[in-house]
Design a protein. Structure first.
Length: 451
């Protein structure tokens, strides 16, 4: 109840007392309400603080998760960039195809090998890179290729041919691997262009054929007397048969059947002589000697490279003592390489006779001697030669090996001498053997004389 100020004086003490009590009661009620409201406010504030802390924690957790995801994404992108860099730096071409034979991805090497850009290959069939002859019945062949050939080829290196964009065939070594991704089976083909290797193999084959020819020429030169004897036998028989026929023809009672029989034998012997001569011509077809300026040290390295597997297999330690900047020689490279091959092979065969755990050493030296000739030494610590063997070692048909014709050293000496050089040896029993030969340098009197 509200009371105006001007009416308070009119109230009696009892009424004032009542008003005071009402006021105090109302004041107490308001204080209680205020306390309740403060408690609610405090409770609400506590709840807000708690929720704020929870939201802050969740926000921090979310931020941490986002940071981790960003870091993982960055790491993933970095790894992908590194992987792409590695794949594109690889000299092997890497092609990924799906189960239908469509190209999914290729690396830079594939572009280089086949001449296509990646955009021209991705999405197209692997048939695009197959030789035209393999494109007949394409769908059937590709299905068979993916179903039968690739599973058999997994993990194996196979030689195949690919078709370049320019239409040329390229020889390849191919390895196939299989991997699943999102429940789908993919194949990755790793291909290497072996054109250079094939060319090198062809060149080495031709080179070996030249070396074999040199051996045949030398062999025939050393065997000339033996072969002449082989030809002389049928020719002598022909002479004898014809003399008999002449006597029978001069006799009064000519036996034509007998004469015919003897003439048939003479004919057979003449054919035999012709066959021997024909065999000789086939064995030694004329090869023009090709001399050129050669660095003898380079020739030594080339010859040694053909025996690397022998050195490893027989645990032979190889040592070079080659004098640098030696003058050039003007030689038939193939013939002198054949000499080196013969000497190195002899040393290897000698070292193989040593006990298993004995140290096996082979050294090659090159130098310039006082008379301005190149000197090449091939030295081993093998069993050496006995005095009797030393007397005959350069003789044709003499050999210390269980197999062989004993012509290698004789041929080598002939080849060296045809270049105005000499071939010698030193040997001590149970110590080893050294074979050495000399060649005139290009600027000497004999350096450019032809064989």
């Amino acid at each position: 109840m509200l009371i105006k100020p001007d009416t308070i004086e009119q109230l009696s003490s009892t009424e004032l007392q009542t008003l005071l009590i009402q006021y105090q009661s109302r004041q107490l009620e308001l204080e209680q309400q205020n306390r309740g409201l403060s408690e609610q406010i405090a409770l609400l504030e506590s709840h807000i603080v708690k929720k704020t802390d929870q939201l802050t924690d969740k926000n921090n957790t979310l931020k941490k998760t986002i940071d981790e995801l960003n870091y993982s994404r960055h790491q993933l992108l970095e790894r992908e960039a590194k992987l792409n860099s590695i794949l594109n730096a690889s000299i092997e071409g890497i092609i990924v195809i799906d189960p239908a034979g469509a190209i999914v991805s290729v690396n830079t090497a594939v572009e280089n090998i086949f001449g296509y850009h990646a955009e021209e290959l991705i999405g197209n069939s692997i048939r695009l890179l197959m030789p035209i002859a393999m494109r007949k019945n394409q769908d059937l062949y590709l299905e068979k290729y993916l179903r039968i050939f690739i599973p058999k080829a997994l993990g194996q290196i196979r030689e195949v041919e690919g078709l370049r964009k320019d239409g040329l065939l390229v020889p390849l070594d191919m390895t196939v691997a299989e991997f699943p991704l999102d429940g789908v089976r993919y194949f990755s083909g790793i291909v290497r262009d072996v054109s250079a290797r094939k060319l090198q193999e062809q060149q080495e084959k031709e080179h070996l054929e030249k070396l074999a020819h040199v051996t045949r020429v030398g062999l025939m030169g050393e065997m000339a007397s033996g072969i002449a004897h082989e030809v002389n036998q049928p020719l002598s028989a022909v002479v004898n048969y014809t003399q008999v026929c002449m006597r029978l023809l001069q006799s009064e009672n000519q036996d034509m059947a007998k004469i015919g029989e003897i003439m048939q034998k003479a004919n057979q012997q003449a054919l035999k002589a012709g066959q021997i001569i024909h065999s000789m011509r086939e064995f030694v077809k004329h090869r023009k000697i090709h001399r050129s300026t050669v660095d003898i040290n380079d020739l030594i390295y080339d010859a040694i490279s053909l025996f690397e597997s022998d050195f490893k297999q027989n645990l032979i330690s190889m040592r070079f003592e080659l004098t640098k900047s030696l003058p050039s020689v003007f030689i038939d490279r193939v013939q002198i390489e054949q000499v080196l091959l013969n000497l190195i092979r002899n040393s290897i065969d000698a070292l193989k006779e040593l006990p298993q755990f004995t140290q096996r050493q082979l050294s090659i030296e090159s130098s310039l001697n006082p008379i301005n000739y190149i000197e090449v030494r091939v030295k081993d610590n093998g069993p050496g030669l006995t005095p009797q063997q030393q007397e005959k070692i350069l003789t044709p048909f003499f050999t210390t090996k269980s197999s062989g014709m004993g012509m290698g050293l004789s041929i080598s000496r002939s080849l060296v001498e045809s270049h105005h050089g000499t071939l010698h040896f030193n040997s001590k029993e149970d110590k080893g053997t050294t074979f050495y030969f000399t060649l005139p340098t290009e600027n000497t009197d004999y350096g450019r004389n032809e064989t």
